[in-house]
Ligand binder design. Structure first.
Ligand code: SF4
Ligand code: SF4
Ligand code: SF4
Ligand code: FES
Length: 890
């Protein structure tokens, strides 16, 4: 960028071309007061505090909106300017309540600070403070319109950063106010409770309800979704009393969603597990750690080999996942270890692994910024990955956004094109788009020739996907399929973003391969802002997979069946290891029903409620001979346990999480483990040590990460010391390697080095709506909840979204005589439950949608265990159901 030189208050200042006078002055250390300006927002020129005099300009101008130019002469401190600034502040104060000492913004209020800086010691005008009612309809913060100085930062934040537009200016002149959309209280408006406006409000007009002040702060990573936002926990004693976004983070740049900012109460919840429990005569009794660990070690020793299985958690750290799989393999001699990715993103690992040779997202989130086209499919990002969703919403104002989703999700409002495909018909849509691209000659012939393989078979497979057939299968009009294909193929670079709407199918791997096909066909991979981005669900689902918490591969996707690789692990771990892949999660459940899996070690998972066909899972857990559950709460599955071990939450331990961009980030201990709980890594090590195993004598998780680096080439250069500055994206093969923001730049990681196109055939979903079960249910997350165990312990989130809802289209609701709020009975071939109806055209006629966040509405009693044949992920997204109005609560 070109440099310019200007003169500010007699000082020569060098600035970058395009900077405003305010930015140039601030960079040179010259103070200009501001109120409406915020570095995250476009300048609004609203408050007029930043007035300056510029030679050649008529009158005074606002420095925040005036571009600095070469040779410009600026005065920031003339008597006239000082007078006007004081006058402005006086006028604001005349309208402002004077309860500074008791105001939540006392000492942090920008107006208060400015008054002091400008020496405003009296107000010469008649005081005209307003007495408008407080808006306390939001559980996390209060809006006091009397303290509002109409700077507009909240309006801009909500519109520009969040893409929501929940608040705006209303009325004119002295009557001007900021109000929530449609004049309703904030709690009933479109507000998503992200709190971003509260953070930027310069006065106490928007203030958090919880006014406790921390005595220290610890930077760590959000425990909810795979976006991996960095947050700063404010601690007082042993409690988290505040949460701020980390402005230094390359992922979220200080931004947080409602769960990250306000959803941490679960850590200090009074019903945390604080002591080990052993079941005696059908009841849990408290036990010492020695008693519990001795019992677990003794009983586990009876089930070595095929009879043992371990389920590890995407909520736990990389180090903990590594240790669980090491324990299963090295101590228990079983490869039957899995993690909750099996229920969501395992097809990402298998699909992207097959096409690109590596199961990780190809690009950093920051690449959304440079993309010329965004294709979002099966990803309700504004609810499931809200900060990433807000970034997408903002980008959609600049470039075409194509959304493929059976529902009218929030992103559809911003989209140029919505493809409302029938659930489970993704392969037909994606191959149909590919056919259009090839037929119209829009494929990247050079990229295909040089970097791809299997083109002939792929072309042949396209013959089955003429647009008549594709329209018939998907329900998407042909013209829209063509428009989507042309936009994606011609607006380069293009990014594909997908999530569980793609993976949770009986053909999830094929769906992922269909996306990889599109990227390869158009050369949209291995380049900045071109690639395929799986939005990994939970905070560390990427890491749990990377760490080998799966039945077929050691850490780093190194096959257990490969003699050479197995020998490497045997040497390092000092033991022999079983060569046959173990059972994935759903097969472990089946094996338990058949008496083959007899002992289970469940760490931070709740299979009785999260695995499809939950009633059957509960039978399987009952059938196991010895069950150990390790968690921070007595979760729903724990009732089946023989021993319950109290783990520590993310805030109570050190370690690393890996986000959806493959970024390994530091999780830092902020408080001591609650009660007598212990970090999961330590518990696993202590069980192993009591069983006489060596190789589990770690003093802290940094040593575990060092061991991971010795065995996993893509982690060889990653250590705690190197992660302080925003984390590192794997592969990072050496201590001097900076990490890899983009994959496949030179070549793919496949044996041939080429990207592999797939000749896909369309397979319908495993279950269809019929006369008995005429609706198709899809399941997913909602904005205010994540895990049953965590968000249901956050009173504010429960106040906003207290119970499960089933979405029903208005036409169907009319036919069934159902209105929003009615109780309805929902049944499938496997189970039945009662839920509250929400009538909305977000779902198509004969479609329906539920989340899975509530114990008293266990959605997964309805879902089925039809599995993707490669990834073994259940088909959560397509369940045939019946909906009936429930009488007397059902
Ligand atoms: S509520 Fe706060 S941020 Fe919004 S206009 Fe008023 S003072 Fe500015
Ligand atoms: S909390 Fe978030 S969504 Fe609500 S008004 Fe503020 S910025 Fe908008
Ligand atoms: S977007 Fe995800 S990681 Fe970020 S604050 Fe929200 S829940 Fe946490
Ligand atoms: S800071 Fe420039 S007008 Fe408000």
């Amino acid at each position: 960028m070109a440099s310019i030189t200007l003169n500010i208050d007699g000082q020569a200042v060098t600035a970058e071309s395009g900077q405003t006078v305010l930015e140039a002055a601030r960079a040179a250390g010259i103070y200009i007061p501001t109120l409406c300006y915020h570095p995250d927002l476009p300048p609004a020129g609203q408050c007029r505090l930043c007035l300056v005099e510029i030679t050649g300009f008529r009158g005074l101008v606002t420095a925040c909106t005036t571009e600095a130019t070469d040779g410009m002469e600026v005065r920031t401190d003339t008597p006239e300017i000082e007078h006007l600034r004081r006058l402005t502040v006086e006028l604001l104060l005349a309208e402002h309540p004077s309860d500074c000492l008791t105001c939540s913004a006392n000492l942090s209020c920008d107006l208060q600070k400015l008054a002091a800086e400008l020496g405003v010691d009296r107000i010469r005008f008649r005081r005209t403070t307003r007495s408008l009612p407080l808006d306390d309809s939001n559980p996390f913060f209060v809006r006091d319109p009397n303290k509002c100085i109409l700077c507009g930062r909240c309006v801009q934040t909500c519109r520009e950063l969040q893409g929501v537009g929940a608040v705006d200016f209303v009325e004119r002149g002295y009557a001007t106010l900021i109000e929530p959309s449609r004049g309703m209280p904030l709690g009933d408006s479109d507000c998503e409770s992200c709190g971003e406006c509260v953070v930027r409000c310069p006065t106490g007009a928007l203030a958090k309800r919880d006014r406790r002040q921390p005595t220290r702060r610890v930077t760590t990573i959000c425990p909810y979704c795979g976006t991996g936002c960095s947050l700063v926990l404010g601690i007082k004693g042993s409690e988290i009393v505040s949460v701020e976004g980390d402005r230094e983070s390359p992922v979220n740049h200080g931004r947080l969603c409602v769960k990250g900012r306000f959803g941490q109460d679960f850590v200090n919840s009074t019903d945390r597990l604080t002591t080990p429990l052993i079941k005696r005569d059908g009841n849990f009794v408290e036990a010492t750690w020695d008693e519990a660990l001795d019992l677990v070690a003794r009983r586990f020793a009876e089930y070595k080999g095929d009879a043992f299985g371990a389920l590890s958690s995407s909520r736990c750290t990389n180090e903990e996942n590594y240790l669980v799989q090491k324990f299963a393999r090295a101590v228990m001699q079983s490869n039957s270890v899995d993690n909750c990715a099996r229920l969501c993103h395992a097809p990402t690992v298998t699909g992207l692994g097959q096409a690109f040779g590596m199961g990780g997202g190809t690009n950093p989130l920051a690449d959304v910024e440079g993309a010329e086209c965004l294709f979002v499919i099966g990803s309700n990002a504004t609810s499931a990955h809200p900060v990433a969703g807000a970034i997408l919403r903002a980008a959609a104002r600049r470039v075409p956004l194509i959304v493929a989703d059976p529902r009218k999700i929030a992103l559809v409002k911003e989209a140029e094109l919505h493809l409302p495909l029938r659930p489970g018909t993704d392969v037909a849509l994606l191959m149909g788009m590919a056919r259009v691209i090839v037929d119209q000659g829009l494929h990247d012939a050079e990229f295909l020739a040089q970097r791809c393989e299997n083109l002939d078979a792929f072309r042949e497979a396209l013959a089955d996907f003429d647009l008549d057939r594709v329209e018939e299968i998907t329900g998407v009009p042909q013209n829209d399929i063509v428009r989507a294909a042309l936009t994606y193929a011609t607006r380069k670079p293009a990014l594909i973003i997908y999530s569980l709407g793609i993976t949770e199918h009986s053909h999830g791997t094929d769906n992922v391969l269909g996306l990889a096909n599109l990227a390869l066909l158009t050369g949209n991979v291995g380049k900045p802002s071109a690639g395929v981005m799986p939005m990994r669900g939970q905070n560390n689902v990427q890491g749990a997979c990377d760490m080998g918490a799966g039945p077929g591969a050691f850490p780093g996707y190194q096959s257990v069946a490969d003699d050479e690789l197995r020998a490497k692990f045997e040497r390092h771990w000092g033991c022999s290891l079983p060569p046959e892949p173990g059972r994935p999660e759903v097969e472990m459940i089946q094996a338990a029903l058949e008496g083959k899996t007899q002992a289970l070690y469940c760490v931070g998972v709740d299979p009785a409620f999260t695995v499809a066909d939950a009633t059957r899972v509960q039978e399987a857990l009952r059938a196991c001979e010895f069950l150990v559950f390790q968690d921070i709460f007595l979760n729903g599955s724990a009732e089946f346990a023989d021993v319950v071990l109290p783990g520590a939450s993310y805030a109570e331990k050190d370690g690393t999480f890996t986000n959806l961009e493959r970024r390994v980030q530091r999780v830092r201990k902020a408080i001591e483990p609650i009660g007598d709980s212990r970090p999961d890594w330590l518990i696993t090590c202590q069980i192993a040590q009591r069983m006489g195993a060596s190789g589990f004598d770690f003093d802290d998780p940094s040593q575990v990460l060092d061991e991971i680096g010795q065995l996993m080439p893509s982690f060889a250069g990653i250590s705690f010391d190197r992660l302080d500055d925003g984390g590192i994206q794997w592969p990072c093969p050496g201590p001097d390697h900076p990490g890899t923001p983009r994959l496949h730049v030179e070549k793919f990681n496949t044996p041939s080095g080429k990207g592999r196109l797939s000749a896909l055939a369309y397979r319908p979903p495993a279950e269809h709506a019929d006369d008995d079960y005429p609706f198709t249910l899809t399941t997913g997350r909602n904005l205010y909840h994540f895990h049953l165990a965590m968000t249901c312990r956050v009173p504010g989130l429960m106040a906003i979204y207290p119970e499960e809802e089933i979405m029903i289209n208005p036409a169907d609701a009319d036919e069934l005589g159902i209105r929003t709020g009615d109780r309805v009975a929902v049944s499938s071939r496997r189970g039945r439950l009662i839920a509250k109806a929400r009538v909305t055209d977000m779902v198509a006629p004969k479609g329906s949608y539920m989340s899975f966040h509530f114990y008293d509405t266990p959605t997964n009693v309805l879902t089925q265990q039809a599995l993707d044949p490669v990834a073994k992920t259940p088909e959560y997204k397509v369940t045939a159901i019946r909906i009936e109005k429930a009488d007397n609560g059902g």
